[in-house]
Write a protein that binds this ligand. Sequence first.
Ligand SMILES: *[C@@H]1O[C@H](CO)[C@@H](O)[C@H](O)[C@H]1NC(C)=O
Ligand SMILES: *[C@@H]1O[C@H](CO)[C@@H](O)[C@H](O)[C@H]1NC(C)=O
Ligand SMILES: *[C@@H]1O[C@H](CO)[C@@H](O)[C@H](O)[C@H]1NC(C)=O
Ligand SMILES: *[C@@H]1O[C@H](CO)[C@@H](O)[C@H](O)[C@H]1NC(C)=O
Ligand SMILES: *[C@@H]1O[C@H](CO)[C@@H](O)[C@H](O)[C@H]1NC(C)=O
Ligand SMILES: *[C@@H]1O[C@H](CO)[C@@H](O)[C@H](O)[C@H]1NC(C)=O
Ligand SMILES: *[C@@H]1O[C@H](CO)[C@@H](O)[C@H](O)[C@H]1NC(C)=O
Ligand SMILES: *[C@@H]1O[C@H](CO)[C@@H](O)[C@H](O)[C@H]1NC(C)=O
Ligand SMILES: *[C@@H]1O[C@H](CO)[C@@H](O)[C@H](O)[C@H]1NC(C)=O
Ligand SMILES: *[C@@H]1O[C@H](CO)[C@@H](O)[C@H](O)[C@H]1NC(C)=O
Length: 388
Amino acid sequence: MNFDMGKLRFFLGNYQFFSLLLFYLYSQAFISSSFTNSLIERPTCSHNESQALLQFKQTLFFDCNASFLCNPNYGIAAFLKTDSWKEDTDCCSWEGVTCDSDTGRVIGLDLSCSWLCGTIPSNSSLFFLQHLKRLNLAFNNFRQSNISAKFGQFPNLTHLNLSNSFSSGQVPSEISHLSKLVSLDLSRFSLPFPSDQEPFNELKLETTTLKRLALNFSRVKELFLDGIDMCSVDHGYLMNLSSSLTSLSLVDCGLNGTISDRIFRFPNLKLLKLGKNPELVVYLPKSNGTSTLEILDLKQTVLVGDLSGSIRGLKSLKSLNLASCDLNGSIPTSLANLSQLVVLELPDNNFSGWIPASFANLTELQHLDLSYNGLEGTIPPFANGLSN
Ligand SMILES: *[C@@H]1O[C@H](CO)[C@@H](O)[C@H](O)[C@H]1NC(C)=O
Ligand SMILES: *[C@@H]1O[C@H](CO)[C@@H](O)[C@H](O)[C@H]1NC(C)=O
Ligand SMILES: *[C@@H]1O[C@H](CO)[C@@H](O)[C@H](O)[C@H]1NC(C)=O
Ligand SMILES: *[C@@H]1O[C@H](CO)[C@@H](O)[C@H](O)[C@H]1NC(C)=O
Ligand SMILES: *[C@@H]1O[C@H](CO)[C@@H](O)[C@H](O)[C@H]1NC(C)=O
Ligand SMILES: *[C@@H]1O[C@H](CO)[C@@H](O)[C@H](O)[C@H]1NC(C)=O
Ligand SMILES: *[C@@H]1O[C@H](CO)[C@@H](O)[C@H](O)[C@H]1NC(C)=O
Ligand SMILES: *[C@@H]1O[C@H](CO)[C@@H](O)[C@H](O)[C@H]1NC(C)=O
Ligand SMILES: *[C@@H]1O[C@H](CO)[C@@H](O)[C@H](O)[C@H]1NC(C)=O
Ligand SMILES: *[C@@H]1O[C@H](CO)[C@@H](O)[C@H](O)[C@H]1NC(C)=O
């Protein structure tokens, strides 16, 4: 730009240069003001929805530790999103708020990791936001309160995320009214500190609720219920879930009884986590089981069936966790056929013999854990070849 202006000055002399410069500045001002006008012409947030959001903000308080689980090291940082929420400004421009571009209605609210502390009773103004499609309140501290049945009354909700938000009590059966739901995340981390310091009650899920949601969530793709107490649940109803299912995560849910190998037959399933359910008996899939599965976590479960054969069918696997499954014999060489494998965890079993030399084929591998087994011999020379 400086260079061009220099050239212009050379050709036109000072007077022309300054009038050109003025014209240039004027045109820039004109362009930017018409740009702002076009923004203003977009539909703005309705007064009602704006008031509902402000009221919702007022019923919660801010506690710098409420989102202590949000850690920038895991890619989630906490900050005070509602700081930008001010009266007499367009709520569509507020942090965490998304409006429909045609109607201006609030269709998305993402207040995850926002240091929110308090409860959301059934008369909360949050429930006035009837047009919501996506609602994320994950990683806040709702102080062990019950999840209000009103969460089941957003007619168009597709995404609901209340993970790690310190709610407790029964998951309300009304949640099954959300028939357009695509993604439900009510999961809870296993906390990094010892469990005797875990002052948290659990969320519980009843069989009737699971039954209803399995039948009514006809579009559901993702179901993350880790850490929810499901010890008295008849999990057979999981088989009634929609064939659109891509992710099912039930880590540490106190599941017992047996789970049929039909769980592996959801045609679009990519992620299946049933780990940390030590009372759960899992029937391994036959070798023609689903081939779409990428992430399989069965750690600390009781496995029944032909492991070696099942593995052959799971060709898309990227991550396999069979830690603490009481497996014995030699490590199945069929594992070496899983050429996409990035993570392989087999610690705390009774495997004996040598590490298969064919593991050299696992060129994508980044993480391999064979600790706490009865292996012998030397580490095969392939260890130098697995460059990742
Ligand atoms: C605003 O809310 C009131 C009740 O809270 C309702 O009667 C009214 O119809 C709403 N107006 C709009 C434009 O949504
Ligand atoms: C935040 O709360 C957690 C759980 O109560 C606790 O472990 C942690 O030390 C607290 N952090 C701070 C900075 O107070
Ligand atoms: C909700 O109801 C409680 C009493 O149950 C009341 O104290 C509170 O002010 C109400 N909140 C709103 C936002 O109406
Ligand atoms: C829900 O979505 C339908 C179809 O897009 C729309 O006609 C209806 O107005 C929406 N309802 C609400 C409360 O936003
Ligand atoms: C729920 O929200 C948290 C925080 O934003 C995010 O890490 C997590 O992936 C979300 N869950 C789903 C199923 O999208
Ligand atoms: C919370 O839910 C439990 C049942 O799960 C119920 O007994 C209790 O009364 C509820 N508490 C409140 C404050 O609604
Ligand atoms: C299924 O969803 C529809 C639509 O939201 C609702 O009217 C119905 O009560 C739900 N059924 C169950 C069993 O939750
Ligand atoms: C639900 O699953 C059970 C067991 O898999 C099956 O017998 C039943 O027919 C299914 N019900 C519906 C409505 O799909
Ligand atoms: C699972 O555990 C529950 C509660 O401990 C018990 O009532 C039920 O009989 C168990 N079911 C099986 C199949 O072991
Ligand atoms: C393949 O799967 C079908 C069910 O999807 C099953 O009936 C059949 O026995 C399986 N075949 C083999 C060879 O495992």
